[in-house]
Design a protein around this ligand. Structure first.
Ligand SMILES: NC(=O)c1ccc[n+]([C@@H]2O[C@H](COP(=O)([O-])OP(=O)(O)OC[C@H]3O[C@@H](n4cnc5c(N)ncnc54)[C@H](OP(=O)(O)O)[C@@H]3O)[C@@H](O)[C@H]2O)c1
Length: 243
C-alpha cells in the first residue's frame, strides 16, 4: 500500500518561475527535502543561478512559457538533464492591474498565455512523462483571485479560475497514477505590494500576509501525498476567502 506521505529524496521536481519570490522558496524547500530540483526561469538569469547554487547545484532551464514550442523544448532538455520527472510545480505567472473596459487583446494574452495556457501545456508535457514512469505529482499555483472576483484584474481572475478548473479536470483525466492539486495563495507580500494588497492584509482574518515558506509547505504536502489526494484546492490565505 502507498504510504500516506512519501519522501521526495532523489526525486526530480521541476519548478517554473523559480528564480525568486515564491518559486525560489519552493525550490529551496524541495532541495532541503532531498529532491533533485529543476529551476525554470525566463528573464531572471542571475537570480535563477543564485537559487540553483543555494539548492546545491540545481539544473537550470530557460524558456518563455508563452510559447508551446519552447515548453516542449524545455521538457526535452529536462529528459536529458534531470531524467525521470516525478513532480511539476506550475508556479510561473503574470499579475497586472487593468480596468475591465481597458483590457486589450494584448493584455488578455499577456496574462492568460502564461497563467493558464502554459500551465496546461507544462502539465501535459510532464504528464506524458509521468505516465510512462507509472506516476507523478503536479501542483498548480492558482490564487485567491481565482476564487473571489477581482474587478480591477478581470483577466487575471479569469486565468486563475481557469487554473482551478484545469486542476480538477486534469485530476480526473490523469488518475490514478498522477495527482493534480492546487495551492491558492491569498496575499504573500513582497517589496512591490500596493495599496490594494495592504488593504487585503487588513481584511485577512489572520491579520497578516502569508510567507513564501508557508506556500512551499503546502506545495510539499501535495507533492508527498498519496494518490488519494487529488483535484484539491488549498486556499492558503489566512482565511480571506471565507469573507
Ligand atoms: N505573491 C502573491 O501575493 C500571490 C498571490 C496569489 C497567487 N500567487 C501566485 O503564486 C505564484 C508565485 O507568485 P509570485 O508573486 O512569486 O510570482 P511572480 O514573481 O509574479 O512570477 C514568478 C515568475 O514567473 C515567471 N514568468 C512570468 N512570465 C513568464 C514567461 N512568459 N515565461 C516564463 N516565465 C515567466 C517570471 O520568471 P523570470 O523572472 O525568470 O522572467 C517570474 O519570476 C504565481 O502563480 C502567482 O500567481 C501569488
Amino acid at each position: 500500500m502507498e504510504s500516506p506521505q512519501s519522501s521526495l529524496e532523489g526525486k526530480a521536481v521541476l519548478v517554473t518561475g523559480a528564480a525568486k519570490r515564491i518559486g525560489r522558496a519552493i525550490a529551496l524547500r524541495l532541495a532541503r527535502e532531498g529532491a533533485r530540483v529543476g529551476i525554470h526561469y525566463f528573464s531572471s538569469e542571475a537570480e535563477a543561478r543564485r537559487t540553483a547554487e543555494e539548492c546545491g547545484g540545481a539544473a537550470l532551464f530557460r524558456a518563455n512559457l508563452e510559447s508551446v514550442a519552447e515548453i516542449e523544448r524545455m521538457f526535452r532538455e529536462v529528459d536529458e538533464r534531470l531524467g525521470g520527472l516525478y513532480g511539476l510545480v506550475n508556479n510561473a505567472a503574470r499579475f497586472m492591474r487593468r480596468e475591465a473596459l481597458e483590457i486589450t487583446e494584448r493584455d488578455w494574452d499577456f496574462i492568460v498565455d502564461v497563467n493558464l495556457k502554459a500551465t496546461f501545456f507544462c502539465a501535459k508535457e510532464a504528464a506524458l512523462r509521468m505516465r510512462r514512469q507509472g506516476g507523478g505529482r503536479i501542483v498548480n499555483l492558482s490564487s485567491l483571485g481565482g476564487i473571489r472576483p477581482w474587478a480591477a484584474r478581470v483577466h487575471y481572475s479569469a486565468s486563475k479560475a481557469g487554473v482551478i478548473m484545469l486542476t480538477k479536470a486534469l485530476a480526473k483525466a490523469l488518475a490514478p497514477e498522477i495527482t493534480v492539486n492546487s495551492v491558492a495563495p491569498g496575499v504573500i507580500p513582497f517589496e512591490d505590494i500596493d495599496a490594494e494588497g495592504l488593504r487585503m492584509i487588513e481584511e485577512t482574518p489572520a491579520r497578516r500576509g502569508g510567507t513564501p515558506e508557508e506556500v512551499a509547505d503546502a506545495v510539499v504536502y501535495f507533492l508527498k501525498a498519496s494518490n488519494f489526494v487529488t483535484g484539491q484546492i488549498l486556499a492558503l490565505d489566512g482565511g480571506l476567502s471565507l469573507k
